[in-house]
Design a protein around this ligand. Structure first.
Ligand code: NAD
Ligand code: UDP
Length: 368
């Protein structure tokens, strides 16, 4: 049988016996699989890994991600895109049979998306974890899991430390994601204990920035898109629930710091920005930064929406020497700039320059 028709394990065994990996192992260039690599976080991760000279295999089913996020890398010889669903076993392409690292990010992250097909969400979390862990077992790659602050549910401990077991409604609408991610964490630790797979688990708190999809449904993208178009800002509940927002560049540095730790550092480690804001404050900040004429519009609070969330990042500071650097205003300004371009609107500076000359044009450029 042709080598390419055999299982990944059989192909690897054959290639190891022929010693074809020795050349690559002597370089620090790594071969890295990023699942969910065409998504918001995944595409920034791919960019950073490529900029460090690594070879990247980006796997995605393009359900919430987009080729637009990675199109600038498609001509790069070190970048390879594979359209695939992590629910199905992963057969590595011939040029990526030797893997050093796997980042598992494939999963919808917005409540709107993960609740639209909850059974698929659980499968993505659970089968996806098994499939990447099996690859880790076969290739010896370190496997990184993008877990989430949602494992803490609607927390009664505040801020949330990694030792907190959480408060999740197992039968509510968020459970497909929360319990899926919790099961994925269990699988990671079981594969480590039973099969010796090298693992890294981080719990990500709300992260925002350029390349969030404009119709993603998460709070930062919703508010910015609404404010830029002078539409009502949709505040759920009374807007007093809190979140902590981390800018994407900071988070990606945390991912890489985690991956560089010794094999004894498994996690879970919280990654997020401990600055805590309620949704009224966030809306006010975005209206201020965009100069918008939007009004606040209060809607029903979704079921099981966590009332408060803030990471305790002591572990990340001590073990990774990592902490976020970009403040909310600065990160929001960059995000607003991105959405101006995405929506084909003038930038805030261009708008202000026009307004300075012709004040009666205030915000006309941003009108519906
Ligand atoms: P995203 O929706 O932009 O990216 C997810 C990517 O995974 C998309 O490209 C999507 O097409 C792909 N995907 C989804 N299901 C798939 C499947 N079955 N097979 C293959 N690909 C699939 O979301 P994001 O914000 O970039 O989140 C990335 C990861 O980080 C997710 O695992 C998410 O749970 C985790 N996370 C993100 C945040 C955050 O605030 N951004 C917070 C906590 C955890
Ligand atoms: N939210 C809101 N308006 C929106 C979208 C979200 O008030 O248009 C609220 C939502 O109820 C939650 C918070 O913003 O309390 C963060 O929501 P998001 O979906 O971004 O993330 P998550 O709930 O998963 O933290």
């Amino acid at each position: 049988m042709a080598l390419k028709n055999q299982s990944t394990a059989a192909q690897l065994d054959f290639l190891r016996k022929k010693n074809v990996f020795s050349r690559q192992e002597s370089f620090s260039v790594k071969s890295i699989l990023v699942t969910g690599g065409a998504g918001f976080l995944g595409s920034h991760l791919c960019d950073e890994l490529l900029s460090r000279g690594h070879r990247v295999l980006c796997l995605d089913n393009l359900s919430t991600g987009s080729l637009r996020n990675i199109e600038h890398n498609l001509g790069n010889d070190n970048f390879h895109f594979m359209e695939h669903d992590v629910v199905d076993p992963i057969n590595l392409p011939f040029n990526f049979l030797s893997l050093d690292q796997i980042y598992n990010l494939a999963c919808p992250a917005s409540p709107v998306h993960y609740q639209s097909d909850p059974i698929k969400t659980t499968k993505t979390c659970v089968h996806g974890a098994i499939n990447v862990l099996e690859l880790g077992r076969e290739t010896g790659a370190v496997v990184f899991q993008a877990s989430t602050s949602e494992v803490y549910g609607d927390p009664v401990q505040h801020p949330q430390r990694e030792s907190y077991f959480g408060n999740v409604n197992t039968i509510g609408p968020r459970a497909c994601y929360d319990e899926g991610k919790r099961t994925a964490e269990s699988l990671f630790f079981d594969y480590n204990r039973y099969h010796g797979v090298r693992i890294k688990v981080v719990r990500i708190f709300n992260t925002y920035g350029p390349r969030m999809a404009r119709d993603d449904g998460r709070v930062v993208s919703n508010f910015v898109v609404q404010a830029l178009q002078n539409q009502d800002i949709t505040l759920y509940g009374d807007g007093s629930q809190t979140r902590s927002f981390c800018y994407v560049d900071d988070l990606i540095m945390g991912f890489l710091a985690m991956m560089e730790t010794p094999d004894t550092v498994l996690g879970p480690i919280n990654l997020g920005n401990p600055g805590e804001f309620d949704m009224n404050e966030l809306a006010t900040a975005i209206i201020g930064l965009t100069g918008s004429r939007s009004k606040l519009h209060y809607r029903e609070l979704p079921k099981d929406d966590p009332k408060m969330r803030r990471p305790d990042i002591t572990r990340a500071v001590n073990l990774l020497q990592w902490q976020p650097r970009i403040k909310l205003d600065a990160g929001l300004a960059r995000t607003i700039e991105y959405f101006c371009e995405d929506l084909a609107l003038p930038t805030i500076e261009q708008n202000q320059a026009v307004v300075a000359e012709e004040p009666e044009l205030l915000n006309v450029a941003h009108a519906n």
